[in-house]
Design a protein around this ligand. Structure first.
Ligand code: NAD
Length: 438
């Protein structure tokens, strides 16, 4: 089954009558995103006449992904690719393999990509994809067959100039290599630029794997400077110790910070003197989780949120900081490595309690920034060295954050609303310049 809902299908519906799949009262990530948009509309001036654009994904593709399992049966998985907005360039955003993936989640993640890409001013729209599957239950062969069939199914809307997937939760360089190969086989030419986050030997970029964590560290350090916090003496708690949380934790530790608590899907660990981060990274690479790390105490999962720390980095999944735990957070600053980890209600509680939230849409934009570098390098078949990549990344992140900080001060709004103001103005300005077709 393949069903596309394209822009224009709802042209006869009055602006207020949203299609059922866009309803905000069905809370969840998409509902949270709609609330974030509503907070920014009063700041958009004349561009607010286009604001409805932000509330309607341009294109939603739901695909059935059937594969042969190793035991001879046939299994079906549900896959999605959502292109939220392509006014500023091709769609761009990761692919997530997780048992809890829903259409609402992928829609929200695609919209946050539109905002993020505009916030750092890379020439992309926003997109996201996912398959509702627990990939840990698949063999390597099953994982490859599922990835290839999914790529074929979404092949009708992706491409180096149309929409460029990348890794996200539970997807990695190998999966990007299979996606690139499948798309290339189907189109009859080697199209390295169809995905980013590929292995370096296949047109991937140096520095891409670490880029998101490096961006979290860069923007977090800038924010700390603004509020007079010394990173070298900061105590840090990290949720999620994968690509984003692991690299961010390593960079904060290298800057002198103490990583005192880490939580992942396997459990929560604590070490007042500061965890041995290189040893913990090796342990996670070997065992798949921070659980059973011998040089730490075990902490009950729920206590993670009240750990006495200066910086809290959620770097796992969305909707982790909610009205239920925001009041117990002791950190002075939350840096969102994950997408959508804080609900709007929790945002309000943290603001009231004077906790600075550095939002996902700028804090974790380092990944897509180096993905952009990868895409540019693939087009020119000319590859840069890692120092150049890291220097360009840091420059883009610092420039973007400085502009956002200034808007937040001028308008007396949160950093999230400031980022949305900067980004949505860029998106809607291009919407207006391009005009409506036909
Ligand atoms: P990953 O798969 O490498 O790591 C995910 C981590 O989250 C793992 O440590 C896992 O154990 C942990 N986790 C999963 N379920 C959990 C739970 N219920 N409680 C606590 N921890 C749990 O994924 P990643 O690439 O590091 O992505 C993490 C977040 O960062 C996601 O929100 C993703 O969208 C976002 N992000 C990733 C990138 C990127 O370049 N990889 C870029 C921008 C944003």
């Amino acid at each position: 089954m393949s069903h596309t809902i394209a822009e224009g299908e709802n042209a006869l519906a009055p602006a207020s009558a949203l299609p059922s799949y866009l309803e905000a009262d069905n809370l969840g990530p998409w509902g949270n995103y709609l609330q974030q948009v509503d907070r920014v509309i009063p700041h958009l001036g004349n561009l607010s006449r286009w604001a409805e654009t932000l509330k309607r994904p341009k294109r939603i593709l739901i695909v059935d992904v059937p594969i042969h399992m190793d035991d001879g049966t046939v299994a079906h998985f549900e896959g999605y690719r959502v292109q939220h907005n392509v006014s500023r360039g091709p769609g761009k955003g990761g692919v997530r393999f997780h048992q809890d993936v829903t259409l609402s989640e992928v829609m929200a993640l695609s919209a946050w990509m539109s905002v993020k890409n505009a916030a750092v001013n890379v020439p992309y729209g926003g997109a996201k994809g996912g398959i509702r599957v627990d990939p840990k239950k698949l063999s390597l062969g099953e994982l490859e067959r599922m990835t290839r069939r999914y790529t074929s199914e979404i092949g009708i809307i992706i491409g180096p100039n149309k929409d460029i997937p990348a890794p996200d939760v539970n997807t990695n360089e190998q999966i990007m290599a299979w996606m690139m190969d499948t798309y290339s086989m189907n189109t009859g030419s080697t199209a390295t630029g169809v995905v980013t986050g590929k292995p370096v030997d296949l047109g991937g970029s140096l520095g891409r794997r670490e880029a998101t964590g490096r961006g979290v560290f860069t923007v977090g350090s800038e924010a700390a400077r603004h509020i007079g916090m010394d990173i070298a003496t900061a105590r840090v708690a990290v949720q999620g110790f994968g690509n984003v949380g692991g690299v961010a934790g390593k960079l904060f530790a290298e800057a002198g910070a103490r990583i005192i608590a880490v939580q992942d899907h396997g459990g929560t660990i604590y070490q007042e003197a500061g965890l041995d981060v290189p040893a913990l990274l090796l342990h996670v690479a070997r065992t798949g989780s921070v659980a059973h790390f011998e040089k730490a105490e075990v902490l009950a999962d729920e206590l993670f949120w009240e750990v006495d720390c200066d910086i809290l980095i959620p770097a796992a999944l969305e909707q982790q900081i909610t009205a239920a735990n925001a009041g117990r957070i002791k950190a002075r600053m939350v840096i969102e490595g994950a997408n959508g980890p804080t609900t709007p209600a929790a945002d309000d509680i943290l603001k009231e309690r004077n906790v600075l939230v550095v939002p996902d849409v700028i804090a974790n934009a380092g990944g897509v920034t180096v993905s952009y570098f990868e895409w540019v390098q693939d087009f020119s078949s000319f590859f840069w060295d890692e120092d150049e990549i890291n220097a360009r990344l840091v420059k883009i992140m610092k420039t973007a954050f400085a502009g956002i900080w200034q808007v937040a001060q001028e308008k007396q709004v949160s950093l999230r609303t400031a980022t949305f103001i900067v980004a949505c103005q860029r998106i809607l300005h291009t919407r207006e310049l391009r005009g409506l077709y036909p």
